[in-house]
Design a protein around this ligand. Structure first.
Ligand code: PMP
Length: 458
């Protein structure tokens, strides 16, 4: 335990010195003191099952013993060099990461955050294509730096100033919220309750969304494009999945107009989706650039951009790139340990097995409660969307979702939030969680939802 600061003093300092632009969960934000694997402990020693892993970041568990041991060893050896010098952890890491990606994705740029990775990817797309316009989905979150804010299309993060030059939003092919539905259109063990008329092996919803995508491409500003960014499953927007086959067709259309395709794997990468190591593989596409962060360092600041030798060359012809902390020895040693742990502990397989188990359990909650409109996702990236009723699909008001969120916390379960009106619970625990922990989480949700239905009935 830290002895120095009590909760009230922390609140005072927070109010005085930390910016109100950064918001926290809960009426009484948690003051965390310790973490161990999938568990967190607050200042009073209460423990919480962490089902959001520091926003989809602690991939292999808080303070994982192997990762900690590697970090400590590196701490005593060499912390910092800057990119002008070489050191073995960087080269070992680059080789290990490249081996996990399909050819020709093998040139790696190491940076420190997802926003930085996506900024660099934007630059690469423009340098390689000699075009300006970049397309991203409505509801996409690709970063909060001024350049990536052009790609991020979530209202709360935007300022009433022109966005990044040449950034164009396009309709998100959202199977649950979009206009065309699609009861069997998404890649998940659980399908949406929204009916569609097409057979399981065709997808009219996808065709409709592709028509919309073509319309974006044909508008005058985006006739020739630099690139198209997509999260394989949208995270911040509430775990939104696209109809099967959509990304494949969209990638072809983008390339036909001279653009490159960028998969933002900041949330979906490193085995979280279970069936595949990378989210793009679940769409059967090969991107030109892949960006990654969060889970790459299990919470240590680290991020990467991986691309083809050809695109890397296009950037190198145009500018010199320097990054003080990118690829530092600490991050690279930790990144290598994370990759080893994922393999040694079969965490991708665990994501698949425990994630599917959880999705099927949550689907039962959806069938039990009128206010659970949708359960979706893949592996350990799951969304539970709260609605006023299943027919209208109107979002449950934020205050009501807040209350359910608080109730889960009081019962020892931490989950995240997403979607435009914050109506979706997001679940993305460390990949080491177990089925008994899922059973516990399901019962906590069931209890919180029952309490809420009782409140509503009064
Ligand atoms: N891309 C995605 C998909 C993200 O979810 C985020 C962070 N929420 C980012 C990029 C930006 O990452 P960072 O916060 O590390 O800048």
């Amino acid at each position: 335990r830290y002895q120095s600061l009590g909760y009230n003093r922390v609140l005072e300092i927070h109010k005085e010195h930390l910016s109100p632009v950064v918001t926290a969960y809960f009426q009484k934000p948690l003051l965390l003191h310790q973490g161990h694997m999938e568990w967190l402990f607050d200042a009073e020693g209460n423990r919480y099952l962490d089902f959001f892993s520091g926003i989809v970041t602690v991939s292999v568990g808080h303070c994982h013993p192997k990762v900690n041991a590697v970090a400590q060893k590196q701490l005593g050896r060499l912390w910092h060099t800057s990119t002008v010098f070489f050191h073995p952890p960087m080269h070992e890491y680059a080789e290990k990461l490249a081996a996990l990606l399909p050819e020709p994705l093998k040139v790696i740029f190491l940076v420190n955050s997802g926003s930085e990775a996506n900024e660099l990817a934007m630059l690469m797309a423009r340098a390689h294509s000699n075009n300006i316009d970049i397309i991203s989905f409505r509801g996409a979150y690709h970063g909060s730096s001024p350049y990536t804010l052009g790609l991020t299309n979530v209202g709360a993060y935007k300022m009433e100033l022109p966005g990044g030059t040449g950034c164009q939003p396009t309709m998100c092919p959202d199977v649950f919220r979009g206009p065309w539905g699609g009861s069997h259109c998404r890649d998940s063990p659980v399908q949406t309750i929204r009916k569609c008329s097409c057979a399981p092996d065709c997808c009219q919803a996808k065709d409709q969304y592709i028509e919309q995508f073509k319309e974006t491409l044909s508008t005058s500003v985006a006739k020739s494009i630099a690139g198209f960014f997509a999260e394989p499953i949208q995270g911040v927007n509430g775990v939104v999945q696209y109809p099967k086959g959509f990304l494949k067709e969209a990638f072809e259309l983008v390339r036909a107009r001279g653009g490159v395709c960028i998969a933002d794997e900041v949330q979906t990468g490193f085995g979280r989706l279970g069936s595949h190591f990378w989210g793009f593989q679940t769409h059967d596409v090969l991107p030109d650039i892949v960006t990654m962060a969060k889970g790459i360092g299990n919470g240590f600041p680290m991020a990467a951009v991986v691309t083809t030798p050809e695109i890397a060359k296009s950037l190198a012809k145009r500018l010199q790139h320097f990054n003080t902390f990118g690829g530092n020895p600490m991050a690279c040693a930790i990144g290598s340990a994370v990759l080893e742990v994922i393999k040694e502990e079969n965490l991708q397989e665990n994501s698949q097995e425990v994630g599917t188990y959880m999705l099927l359990k949550f689907a039962k909650l959806r069938d039990e409660f009128e206010i659970v409109g949708d359960v979706r996702g893949k592996g350990l990236m799951i969304g539970i969307e709260m609605v006023q009723d299943k027919i209208s699909r109107r979002p449950l008001p934020r205050e009501e979702v807040n209350q359910i969120h608080e109730d889960c916390k009081h019962m020892g379960l931490l989950v995240g939030r997403g979607s435009i009106f914050s109506q979706t619970f997001r679940i993305a625990p460390s990949m080491c969680i177990t089925k008994p922990e899922v059973d516990f989480a399901t019962e906590v949700f069931r209890s919180a939802l029952s309490q809420h239905m009782e409140r509503r009935a009064k």
